[in-house]
Design a protein. Structure first.
Lengths: 315, 287
């Protein structure tokens, strides 16, 4: 559906996007992950035709954006980082205007029907008559999303769609995006990691204008998560507990993490395999009751920090 | 284009801008009508019109300052530029909206000669002719404002620069009287233009040879032409300045003559600036 080939964007000496290539299949939800200033928005702006790449090619549905920008733009709904709202218009007026400029070709009565559907979807029916400048940040964001949905575009490009929303709205918008993902191809950017892992099937991690990792969520976490790690809280003395733990087969690493509760010690254990049962028996034999055992999975945060830090060496 | 046009017109009257423009325009023209025609007991309305051309200095910047600068400032250009609209459609929609607001104000002032016509005969066609000229001149100046608004993100800066540029075009005719007209002055002027052009190319390409080539070619051309007939440089600066003299083109209209050449001049001038605006918008995508 979307093919990005060797796209580079330079601003004078500064390289914002450096030779990025990826493809998005039809119906896929792709997450774009990276710290601020990594080049996420720039890449999205290039795909939507807002700015032109210095080098490289973008194909949407096999049409090159340089050859037929109008045809490509008709296929894309775009929610930029700052929702492009005319604040002196009401929500209804604004969305009507978007219908006009997107050349959706709806008849007048059909259009209102379609608009009501989108208002319902984004839950802004009650705000129809309000001036956009009087809306809260969360509602503005939703008007921006409604704007992107107009014209039923095959591709949705959402730049940080949940910024400024409260937790309840975030959950709503996420489930809305998931639902939209059934019929639309979606590229979504975020620097909120759980968001990407909750919505996206595939993630591209981008840092300093380059792609540093690109894989499905599962593969990404599996590839880096080669050891099981856990935190234990054990009643007993530090040295005694550590000694008992090190008798267990498979323990690679054990280290005290300090005392959080009187007469106990927290210990970080790393092992090459599942050692929970032998660990329990060993500590039970040594009369050190285990009060807590919490596995430490490799989260997206860890993946992210690892790939971005690995890029530049130790920071 | 139509959607952008409609939105722009609406926005003029959703914000104070449209009212400020019309208020200032009608206020000044009303005062002059009262002074010249009513208290002066003169039926010469085209004289009044040519006396109030300075009105554009104050009102055109108000009308055009936010046209494109605000879109960029509020990032709403992202909506327009990622929608299936052509760039020229967007720019033209905005230009025509500003011209329409101006035209509406102008039509309101037509009440003055209409009111006068009830008390005696008026030179109707002459007044119509000077309205045409007045409208065309205003439209050209609006095109200047539109272009300047496309250069900056800040409406206030756009307004100030527009004011200064309009002021310069108004002073141009006075300026033309004092610039030197000799052959040498003309040659120096062209040489400076060649240098400026070379500098422009050099800053765009960062290639010193292109700059030098332009200097050499330009210098050679000046040398040859001056050698053949130096008198062609006589009064050249005045000639060049007069290309930009919007005000002098209005003189024909103000005495009641409707000629084709000033009409074509104003239309070309506006079209060229609208085209330049489209180009600057297009260029922005690449930088």
């Amino acid at each position: 559906m979307i093919t990005v080939k060797n796209v580079t964007k330079r601003y004078g000496q500064h390289v914002a996007v450096d030779d990025i290539s990826f493809t998005v299949k039809k119906g896929e939800i792709l997450g774009f992950l990276g710290p601020n200033g990594a080049g996420k928005s720039t890449t999205m702006n290039i795909i939507t035709g807002y700015i032109s790449a210095t080098d490289g090619q973008v194909l949407v549905d096999d049409i090159d954006i340089m050859d037929d920008p109008i045809a490509v733009k008709k296929k894309i709904g775009y929610l930029p980082e700052f929702p492009p709202l005319y604040v002196d218009m009401t929500v209804q007026e604004y969305l009507d205007f978007v219908y006009d400029i997107k050349k959706t070709g709806f008849a007048k009565d059909k259009r209102q029907e379609d608009l009501d559907r989108i208002l319902e979807l984004t839950r802004i029916q009650d705000m129809k008559g309000r001036l956009i400048k009087n809306l809260s940040k969360g509602y503005k964001q939703r008007v921006g999303l409604a704007q992107a949905l107009i014209g039923d575009p095959q591709v949705l490009i959402l730049d940080e769609p949940t910024v400024g929303l409260d937790p309840k709205q975030i959950i709503e918008i996420r489930s809305l995006i998931k639902r939209l993902g059934r019929e639309h191809t979606i590229i979504l950017s975020s620097h909120i990691l759980p968001e990407v892992s909750a919505i996206c099937e595939r993630v591209i991690i981008i840092n300093e204008g380059r792609i540093v990792a690109s894989d499905t969520m599962d593969n990404l976490s599996r590839g880096l998560d080669d050891k099981s790690r856990m935190i234990l809280r054990v009643a007993g003395s530090e040295s005694g507990v550590l000694k008992a733990i090190k008798t267990v087969d498979g323990v690679k690493f054990a280290e005290a993490q300090g005392v959080k509760e009187p007469d106990t010690v927290d210990i970080l254990v790393e092992a090459g395999m599942d050692i929970r049962r032998p660990l329990f028996h060993a500590l039970a034999r040594a009369q050190y009751p285990i009060l807590m055992m919490r596995p430490l999975d490799m989260s997206l945060e860890d993946i992210f920090l690892r790939v971005t830090a690995g890029e530049k060496g130790v920071q | 284009m139509l959607a952008v046009y409609r939105r722009e017109i609406k926005s003029y009257f959703n914000t104070p801008i449209g009212y400020i423009f019309m208020g200032a325009f009608l206020g000044v023209s009303g005062v002059f009508f009262a002074l010249f025609n009513l208290f002066g007991q003169s039926p010469d309305f085209k004289g009044t019109l040519s006396n109030i051309t300075f009105i554009f200095l104050l009102t055109v910047p108000i009308l055009t300052m936010r046209l494109l600068s605000e879109e960029r400032n509020k990032k709403t250009d992202q909506l327009l530029l990622t929608s299936p609209l052509s760039l020229s459609g967007i720019v033209l929609g905005k230009y025509f909206a500003a011209v329409t607001v101006f035209l509406i104000s102008l039509l309101v002032t037509a009440l003055y000669p209409l009111a006068m016509s009830m008390y005696g005969p008026l030179a109707g066609w002459e007044i119509f002719g000077s309205y045409v000229g007045f409208f065309l001149m205003g439209s050209s100046l609006i095109a200047v404002g539109l272009f300047i608004s496309s250069l900056t993100e800040n409406q206030l800066i756009a307004a100030i620069i527009t004011f200064v540029v309009l002021l310069l075009t108004y002073l141009l005719d006075g300026l033309m009287q004092i610039v030197p007209t000799g052959n040498a002055a003309g040659i120096i002027f062209v040489a400076l233009c060649v240098l400026a052009l070379a500098g422009l190319f050099y800053s765009a390409t960062r290639n010193i040879y292109i700059g030098l080539l332009i200097v050499l070619l330009g210098g050679g051309a000046i040398g040859i032409t001056a050698g053949i007939d130096a008198s062609m440089y006589n009064g050249l600066i005045v000639k060049v300045l007069s290309w930009f003299s919007l005000l002098s083109r209005y003189n024909d209209f103000s005495v009641g003559i409707l000629r084709l050449s000033p009409i074509v001049y104003y239309l070309t001038f506006s079209a060229a600036l609208v085209f330049l605006t489209v180009r600057t918008q297009e260029r922005r995508r690449w930088s």
